[in-house]
Write a protein that binds this ligand. Structure first.
Ligand code: ADP
Length: 353
């Protein structure tokens, strides 16, 4: 059965076509510059039309949706209620959910009668307990503004923890795992018995680790301090925290860890400092999740940096587990969010699979 997996961003669509349940990748690609001046794709509809011209007999489409808030705790088959729910989540994910929604609406028009399944980045983290997801703010902000920790990269963390269980030949309900997704965006998740119990990203993907261009944890008071001092708007401050900070902001060179390693080897001190800060923050989170879990069977590394940069992995792990009675396994597992979405879509539309 052919299942097409779609990741619609604001100006791009990434896709993979799988033959399920064989999990065979038939085709993949990316369409870029959607809606930009001079582009041949004016919107998601025209982009998807071009993609779909290549394929026939697509039986289902799996869509990545970034934010499902508390409404979506698991994947869902798209109907009018689900569309309404995703629209409602746009208020807290204005950069992502509208683009995801455009992809779903375009597919509905282009593939009438074909089942559409949505898989949420936040859903895996809906098992996090209230003491970990409520912030130290007036409680009414949670009740009225839905301000709480949601966590992201859920599909990736779920995929690699399932893989870890297969590799370790132990069921998930017998495992304590920490999963480090280290790409441009970075997050770390504590997984107990297959369930996410805490994660570093928060209300938005800005919280937690130092990332390519995102700052991660900072004292919230410095945000207003900088806004007053530099006389900048909330929107500009948000842009700086998301796009000009992290590895890029500290090093003044690049958000790309490979370039930073090269520069650091040549003696660039700010590149070295950016890498050291990146590593230190990850070690702190691993330490805190060790106490959350009360033990650890395996530490997992995934995504661009996690999968490819052995020096960074070595620096993160150095001496980290020396006080533990039994050292955890260190696993490098390539993530495959699209395959996870195809699996979830297949499971939903073929219920007894
Ligand atoms: P994204 O979050 O954009 O999907 P990736 O998972 O592709 O990001 O990770 C990008 C980061 O991984 C960059 O810092 C890059 O330097 C680093 N990296 C190291 N080796 C590779 C590689 N072989 N391919 C892609 N990224 C790599």
């Amino acid at each position: 059965m052919k299942i097409l997996v779609i990741n619609s961003g604001s100006s791009s669509i990434k896709y993979k076509l799988f033959d399920m349940p064989k999990e065979f990748l038939i085709s993949k690609g990316t369409i870029e510059h959607i809606g930009e001046k001079g582009s041949k794709f004016s919107d998601h509809y025209s982009g998807l039309k071009t993609i779909l011209e290549e394929f026939d007999s697509v039986k289902a489409v799996g869509h990545r949706v970034v934010h499902g808030a508390e409404k979506f705790k698991k994947p869902a088959i798209v109907d009018s209620k689900v569309i309404k729910g995703i629209k409602e989540c746009c208020a807290i994910a204005p950069l992502h959910n509208p683009a995801n929604l455009s992809g779903i609406l375009a597919c509905q028009k282009l593939l009438p009668g074909v089942k559409q399944v949505v898989v949420f980045d936040t859903a895996f983290h809906q098992t996090i307990p209230a003491h970990a997801y409520i912030y130290g703010l007036p409680y009414e902000y949670y009740q009225k503004l839905k301000v709480r920790k949601y966590g992201f990269h859920g599909t990736s963390h779920e995929f690699v923890t399932a893989e870890a269980s297969r590799i370790l030949k132990k069921p998930l309900n017998k495992l304590k795992l920490i999963s480090c997704h280290l790409g441009n965006g970075c997050s770390i998740t504590a997984v107990d018995k297959g369930k996410s119990v805490d994660t570093s990203m928060g209300f938005t993907p800005l919280e937690g680790l130092v990332m390519g261009t995102r700052c991660g944890d900072v004292d919230p008071a410095l945000v207003t301090h900088i806004m007053y001092k530099k006389n900048i708007s909330a929107q500009e401050m948000e842009r700086i925290l998301n796009k000009e900070s992290g590895l890029k902001g500290i090093s003044g060179i690049s958000n790309d860890m490979r370039s930073l390693e090269q520069e650091a080897r040549k003696g660039n001190k700010r590149a070295r400092l950016a890498i050291d800060i990146f590593i230190y923050r990850i070690r702190k989170y691993i330490g805190s999740y060790l106490s959350v879990l009360g033990g650890l069977d395996a530490l997992i590394f995934t995504a661009g940096i996690g999968e490819n940069q052995a020096d960074v992995r070595d620096d993160i792990c150095r001496g980290l587990f020396q006080y533990l009675g039994k050292k955890p396994r260190i696993l490098v597992i390539p993530t495959n969010e699209e395959l996870m979405i195809a699996r979830q879509a297949y499971k939903l539309i073929v219920p007894r699979a």
